[in-house]
Design a protein around this ligand. Sequence first.
Ligand code: ADP
Ligand code: ASP
Ligand code: MG
Length: 418
Amino acid sequence: MPLLVMKFGGTSVADLDRIANAAEKVKREVERGYDVIVIVSAMSGKTNELVGWVEQTSHLYDAREYDAVVASGENVTAGLMALRLQEMGVPARSWQGWQVPINTTSAHSAARFVSIPRENLDAKFAEGFKVAVVAGFQGVSEEGRITTLGRGGSDTTAVAFAAAFDAERCDIYTDVDGVYTTDPRICGKARKLDRIAFEEMLELASLGAKVLQTRSVELAMRYKVKLRVLSSFEDTDENSGTLVCDEEDIMESKAVSGVAYSRDEAKITLVTVEDRPGIAAAIFGPLAEAGVNVDMIVQNISEKNYEGHTMAVTDMTFSCPTNQVARAKKALEEARAAKTISYDDLVVDTEVAKVSVVGIGMRSQSGVAARMFAALAAENVNIKVIATSEIKVSVLIDRKYMELAVQALHDAFALDVA
Ligand code: ADP
Ligand code: ASP
Ligand code: MG
């Protein structure tokens, strides 16, 4: 039997009516002759609520228990979806991660797949079941504990199943009808793309476009999964949505093809750090051990008159997600107490956001950064940190200007016209 993977995100299974709506879409594919693996998210808002409960109970929580709690949202929707399908006369069975089993590493809250053996699901399909409803976002570690894959992880579950079961396609059903030039919720002029290259999607996702989890795009690229994003609220067919595909299959060749933003960024500056070999390692080593995802880094060397003598010192600035600031501060304060680093002050700014422009066309077209900076200057937006790579330019700015910056950049690069 040909097999499809269909993933439904939180808003697509937000209540019983929406679960029924999603189940109708699954039934239609079964009627077309497919076996279907359905991957479900938790009902929208549920995972946030569960995370909130964990944080209220324990400030620097044990990640194993975090996973035990937050994985539960998907269990509910998996069971409900299977029940709904059965009510419609479609033979369906639900699967939690450990039952498949979805074997992962034991990196709790950021686990990675190790293997997804096919035997159990294949046996059920052989018995005549047409649909396997699998709880997204979760797996089981070698120690037998429940793990989760990081926020938005159900996308990755979907792609991993598509790869493991040689699915004809992996359809990601969500609350927008495809991938846009930027988040259509904050830019009215955002334009839907029929196709987007894996590399661009990867970059957009990793820079904050949450329509697909970064890891899902990586896996799709590696295993050549036919990946599509489409609406769960509209009638859809073979040609609906956005296809994520190889660069060769794209017609457009603009320097910039999308704008991404990430709201929950924090900027941390260590003031007056000694400028000597090994200082970066002494700072970022403990941060890595504490599980802090450091993103942008800037170091400003200066000669300072320090306690009577001139010495080379530096201010070290880096960014990380806001919810990791407490961990970062603790790691740095411990390193200071252990005298492996010294600094005068630790300044935290949690009111920043990152805005990025992305495009594979940047490889061959110059001047993108300059155009970006000019567009931000015209709106009086001050840039705090800059980072560039082959196909992106990112800036850290005050969060209150984030939407304005996204719209200005969308205009500056004329992304509303094909
Ligand atoms: P789901 O719950 O279905 O996984 P998400 O909320 O994780 O859905 O992702 C869909 C959302 O991603 C959209 O509602 C949209 O606001 C946001 N988004 C951000 N950037 C983009 C983009 N470039 N194209 C489409 N949607 C985007
Ligand atoms: N429910 C999880 C989250 O909100 C996983 C997902 O929806 O992809 O992050
Ligand atoms: Mg999502």
